[in-house]
Design a protein around this ligand. Structure first.
Ligand SMILES: *[C@@H]1O[C@H](CO)[C@@H](O)[C@H](O)[C@H]1NC(C)=O
Ligand SMILES: *[C@@H]1O[C@H](CO)[C@@H](O)[C@H](O)[C@H]1NC(C)=O
Ligand SMILES: *[C@@H]1O[C@H](CO)[C@@H](O)[C@H](O)[C@H]1NC(C)=O
Length: 299
């Protein structure tokens, strides 16, 4: 159940400038539902996403080129002369960049966001929710992760990458909005609000959070409150040093174990932006403290 009044009251004190990107394209519904949910929560969100699906392009960053064909789902028409960037004429918070996810994030942080924020930088960068999950080996190739890692490492903006296991492409104007898009947007907003509630700094330096949601399917996992949140590792940790102590253990479960288990789960991994691997126990501990009672144990 949602408590809109409480939420907006609690949040008015923490309205953030949030830059959004993704890799499935600026007109994909998951990123638009998240955008709407952030605005509804009182945040000042600006989207800067690729003009089309650029999934699997990792950290590729190439200057945008003039767009000569319509964007994904016919969501933009080419201008004459063609332009490398574009804005929804009636919603200037919604922007496309004719290039890769990292490039779109870079333009969002340096230009598109500050244009609407009187020159101020974003407080937080978010990528996704990505449409679909793969095994952890995919993290290196994920454009969603690439965009979040760029923000954390190059732009020094705390960042979060979100990914939802439920797949299927959805255009931005799909109605009614399917449950999976709405639930992922609410879960992502809940994490943003919990992480930032205590003020700055939201995350340790050079860290991004990699957050995965399990499937929203039929009657299963249709409510935010159905989900249980677990601190995880990105990769298996057989030879790694101990993780932060949680639930009486010093080895966290992997995202794969949690997300592929069945049931309603959110995995939250603390990522090291230097190499896209799992951050050390010290930095995991800082995040665990921030998220506090949101986190539970994995059986
Ligand atoms: C542009 O914004 C308008 C008004 O918010 C909206 O109705 C329309 O669907 C948007 N189109 C795209 C492609 O974002
Ligand atoms: C984007 O393309 C990739 C493959 O290139 C595909 O797996 C993914 O589902 C696509 N995403 C959307 C939202 O269509
Ligand atoms: C978690 O999310 C990342 C980023 O979208 C993705 O690359 C990875 O495959 C996901 N992992 C699992 C286990 O779903």
């Amino acid at each position: 159940m949602r408590l809109p009044l409480l939420t907006s009251l609690a949040l008015s004190a923490h309205a953030l400038r949030i830059i959004q990107s993704n890799d499935d394209g600026w007109a994909e519904l998951y990123v638009r539902s998240f955008h709407d949910e952030l605005l509804a929560a009182g945040h000042d969100a600006v989207l800067s996403g690729p003009a089309e699906n650029r999934s699997g392009t990792g950290s590729t960053d190439i200057e945008p080129s003039p767009r000569t064909s319509p964007c994904q789902y016919n969501s933009c028409t080419p201008q004459s002369p063609p332009t490398p960037l574009g804005t929804n004429a009636t919603s200037p918070r919604l922007n496309w960049v004719n290039s890769f996810p990292v490039t779109a994030m870079r333009y969002g942080i340096s230009t598109l966001g500050p244009q609407l924020w009187s020159g101020a930088p974003p407080d937080l960068a978010v990528a996704g929710p990505n449409v679909g999950s793969n095994l952890y080996l995919q993290v290196h190739f994920s454009g969603t992760v690439g965009a979040a890692v760029y923000a954390a490492r190059e732009a020094r903006i705390p960042s979060i990458a979100f990914s939802g296991k439920s797949t299927g492409t959805l255009a931005w104007n799909t109605t009614p909005v399917p449950a999976r898009s709405a639930v992922y947007a609410q879960l992502a907003t809940k994490l943003v609000n919990t992480l930032t509630a205590g003020g700055k700094p939201y995350l340790p330096e050079d860290v991004w959070l990699n957050v995965n949601f399990s499937e929203v399917d039929g009657e299963e996992c249709k409510d935010v409150e159905d989900f249980r949140w677990v601190l995880t590792r990105i990769n298996v940790g057989v030879f790694s040093r101990p993780d932060v102590q949680m639930c009486g253990r010093t080895r966290l479960p992997t995202e794969t174990e949690v997300i592929w288990r069945g049931g309603c789960w959110v995995s939250v991994s603390v990522g090291d932006a230097a190499d896209k691997s799992t951050a050390d126990a010290g930095r995991q501990g800082v995040v665990a403290e921030r998220l506090g009672g949101l986190l539970g144990c994995f059986p």
